[in-house]
Design a protein around this ligand. Structure first.
Ligand code: HEM
Ligand SMILES: *[C@@H]1O[C@H](CO)[C@@H](O)[C@H](O)[C@H]1NC(C)=O
Length: 497
């Protein structure tokens, strides 16, 4: 009898435990994290991720696990958001929670977490707000930003004219023109294209671009997988770190020159505006405005602003070679709205819906940053029915928005019709997110869109593009790399109109 009693109690305890376990499971199921492939120790999801085409690997995983899923880059957990709905819900509807910047180890090493792109918290808020107002043109120098771009476009056109129809790779011309816009805004003036200092600066930035986009990029990917080992190994990442230090040195010298000649009542450029802000905040013990954050912010504007815009233009000039009929239509609009004499300006754009649609379609088609730039959630976050712990890295995938076949029928085809109504007016799309969305949206969007419009129209106002190969052999599909979609190498000649 006693034995039976013991057994009963034992059974009762077991049942109670099971019940407790079940309720705990169902409670914790409400808090479950997004699904995903089971990671291997140390290497994480390496079996599911092809480092040569990460966007495609992630697309396949989204078909299996749905629009919100978890992967491991090495030991690093990443939640991937795939598709317009989830990207929008996160970046716009839950903007605050998703506004953190996820910093992979290599980036942390390169940028040290200050400046705008890689910072978080109060530093980010203050520096971003300052950059946005200053880039909006208030109280900075005698020339507006638009005039600076027009001026540069005229120098670019002259330089192209001097190639006398010889075919060449326009990459460097575009990089020089685009970085000169940042130079003009930050340092107060553009540089001559032959200026030694300028060429050294560009060469340093360019080397980093090349390193980043070479096959050796895979080394950087590795660095992100195995940061502690890579730190001690030689390789391109070491060179990148050196180059960034050299650019820093360059900016520090220019900042010192500005400090020596500053007239607070008449700021000449971004640096002067920043120095004024430093002065204003002098009493504040923990101001975010210091020479160090100024030089980081400057570097951020170069790194975030130069490669992105110039490579978008390089893609554009390749795509347009394949479609002479598109170029003709743009030129018709140019002749009709701007004529051949004066420089294109932003006010022209609203009267040039076809050209506007082509510029949008270039950015949509090339999908320059397919993975976006990594975010984090800044607190424990409930997203749909999932729980995402604070500081988890998030990839809000832009390729899944820009190439959504529901919004853009035939998304892999270059078709300005994606942004045109049937009556020829410009058609807006909330899927147009090459600059991302929400609180972290590209701080240079306005600037970049001015540059793309003014540079492209200035070039086509003056030249027609002549490819060196048969049009039907031109391959406009981007070369996918880990981070950015690059154009295939090409040469082109510019025939004066
Ligand atoms: C076609 C050209 C460009 C493209 C496609 C582009 C795209 C992007 C994207 C996708 C992001 C990440 C947004 C996010 O985290 O959600 C970003 C951030 C940023 N971009 Fe751009 N960008 C371009 C040009 C520029 C230019 C010209 C500047 C220079 C002023 C610039 C400055 C920045 C900065 C400072 C950030 C960091 C913003 C932050 O973290 O708060 N970008 N850009
Ligand atoms: C053109 O079509 C769009 C939508 O189809 C409409 O909103 C717009 O008013 C039309 N514009 C003109 C000038 O007909």
């Amino acid at each position: 009898m006693e034995l039976l009693g013991m057994t009963t109690i034992f059974l009762l305890v077991c049942v109670a435990c099971l019940l407790l376990f079940a309720t705990w499971r169902s409670m914790s199921r409400k808090e479950k994290e997004p699904p995903g492939p089971i990671p291997l120790p140390i290497v994480g999801s390496i079996l599911q991720l092809n480092p040569w085409n990460l966007p495609e690997s992630l697309r396949m995983l989204s078909m299996k696990y749905g629009p919100v899923f978890t992967i491991y880059l090495g030991q690093q957990k990443v939640v991937v958001l795939y598709g317009y709905d989830v990207v929008k819900e996160a970046l716009i509807d839950q903007a605050d929670e998703f506004s953190g910047r996820g910093v992979l180890p290599l980036i942390k090493k390169l940028f040290k977490g200050t400046g705008i792109v890689t910072s978080n918290g109060e530093t980010w808020k203050q520096l971003r707000r300052f950059a946005l107002t200053t880039l909006r043109d208030f109280g900075m120098g005698k020339k507006s930003i638009e005039e600076r771009i027009q001026e540069e476009a005229r120098f670019l056109v002259e330089r192209i004219r001097n190639t006398h129809e010889r075919p060449f790779n326009p990459g460097n011309f575009l990089i020089h023109a685009v970085s000169n816009i940042i130079c003009s805004i930050v340092f107060g003036d553009r540089f001559d294209y032959e200026d030694k200092k300028f060429l050294t600066l560009i060469e340093l930035l360019e080397q980093n671009n090349r390193l980043q986009n070479s096959i050796q990029t895979q080394v950087c990917t590795l660095y992100n997988f195995f940061p502690t080992v890579m730190e001690y190994l030689p390789g391109p990442h070491q060179k990148m770190i050196k180059n960034i230090e050299a650019v820093d040195q360059f900016t520090l010298e220019i900042i010192a020159e500005h400090q020596a000649t500053l007239d607070p009542s008449c700021p000449r450029d971004f640096i002067d505006a920043f120095l004024n802000k430093m002065e204003q905040e002098k009493g504040n013990g923990h101001s975010e405005f210091t020479v160090e954050t100024l030089s980081r912010t400057t570097l951020d504007l170069f790194l975030a602003g130069t490669g992105t815009t110039s490579i978008t233009l390089r893609h554009g000039l390749l795509i347009l070679q394949k479609y002479p009929e598109i170029v003709e239509k743009i030129q018709k609009e140019i002749d009709c709205v701007i004529g051949r004499e004066r420089s294109p300006c932003m006010a022209d754009r609203s009267q040039m819906p076809y050209t506007d649609a082509v510029v949008h379609e270039i950015q949509r088609f090339i999908d320059f940053l397919p993975l976006n730039v990594p975010h984090t959630v800044i607190k424990d976050t409930k997203f749909r029915n999932y729980f995402i712990p604070k500081d988890t890295i998030i990839f809000p995938m832009l390729c899944s928005v820009l190439h959504d076949s529901k919004e853009f029928p035939n998304p892999k085809k270059f078709d300005p019709g994606h942004f045109l109504n049937t009556n020829g007016t410009f058609k807006k799309s909330d899927h147009f997110m090459p600059f991302s969305a929400g609180k972290r949206i590209c701080a240079g969007e306005g600037l970049a869109r001015m540059e793309l419009f003014i540079f492209l129209t200035s070039i086509l106002q003056n030249f027609t593009l002549k490819p060196v190969v048969d049009r039907k052999d031109i391959d406009i599909t981007p070369l996918v790399s880990t981070l950015a979609n690059m154009p295939r190498p090409y040469e082109v000649s510019f025939l004066p109109r």
